[in-house]
Design a protein around this ligand. Structure first.
Ligand code: SAM
Length: 242
């Protein structure tokens, strides 16, 4: 169960209505029942239900069961797509271990109204379902141009892997091997994925002109943006992760 509060030995926590309802009414748990808790910062903790109220259940923490696992230092920057596919991106990026999820508005981005809480809720749900104790930080959407203009300040030393379907497909393996040799392995990274209509020629030129950015093909087939995001996290994690 995910909660916001700090987790430490002996803490007593009162759950909100939804979670109390879930434990007491849906799972039919009573006093003394064991629950596992995480908050994305303090690892996983065992707790027992001290007071099984339907609206404000009280839990008592007993012991830490897992320490906080560090996430691979990979961020996912992506142009928002339609709702269900956004949910998918947030869930799968969490499972793949992205540390930060950052929506970026590009020239051809159609979907610009975003609910950060919805992305965060999807990330939390994926972590709960997979027994993960780390949840990516969901950042507010920002225009690609303005984010890149302040990149050095926003993400010092972080390099960008710009995924582009117009890049020579056969070159992916060599490109990743070369980047690993050039010190990109284990370095702070950000993967950048474009919108349904891809990046504009102006954005491509701007990205290709940056010293901290490398272009990456994910193979000869054009994938949907959500698929490309997950494929990139898998490929980059394997080739350049710690
Ligand atoms: N029209 C489809 C859609 O609705 O999702 C395809 C969109 S594709 C142009 C969206 C983004 O996915 C691209 O901007 C790029 O970042 C990434 N992408 C898709 N296929 C790729 C490939 N083979 N190599 C690299 N990036 C790819």
């Amino acid at each position: 169960l995910y909660i916001e509060e700090p987790l430490n030995a002996g803490a007593r926590l009162t759950l909100e209505r939804d979670q109390s309802h879930y434990l007491v009414n849906v799972l039919r748990m009573g006093e003394g029942a064991a629950v596992l808790l995480f908050n994305g910062r303090d690892g996983e903790w065992a707790a027992r239900i001290a007071e099984a109220h339907k609206k404000n259940c009280v839990l008592e923490l007993t012991a830490q069961t897992r320490v906080q696992e560090p996430l691979p230092d990979i961020w996912l920057l992506f142009a928002p797509v339609k709702k269900a596919r956004l949910d998918f991106i947030a869930q799968k990026a969490t499972e793949m271990g992205a540390a930060v999820i950052q929506p970026v508005i590009t020239e051809r981005t159609v979907v610009t109204r975003l609910k950060d809480e919805r992305l965060q809720a999807n990330a939390v749900e994926a972590a709960e379902q997979c027994g993960l104790v780390a949840v990516p930080e969901v950042r507010e959407a920002e225009k690609l141009g303005s984010l890149l203009a302040r990149w050095e300040e926003a993400a010092p030393g972080r390099r960008i892997l710009f995924c582009d379907e117009s890049e020579e497909p056969g070159a992916a393996r060599e490109a990743l091997a070369r980047l690993a040799e050039e010190g990109w392995r284990g370095a702070p990274l950000a993967i950048l994925i474009g919108p349904e209509g891809g990046f504009s020629p102006k954005e491509r030129d701007m990205l290709r002109g940056r010293k901290d950015t490398a272009v990456l093909s994910l193979g000869p087939r054009i994938m949907r943006a959500d698929t490309a995001a997950i494929a990139a996290l898998a490929v980059v994690g394997l080739a350049l992760g710690d």
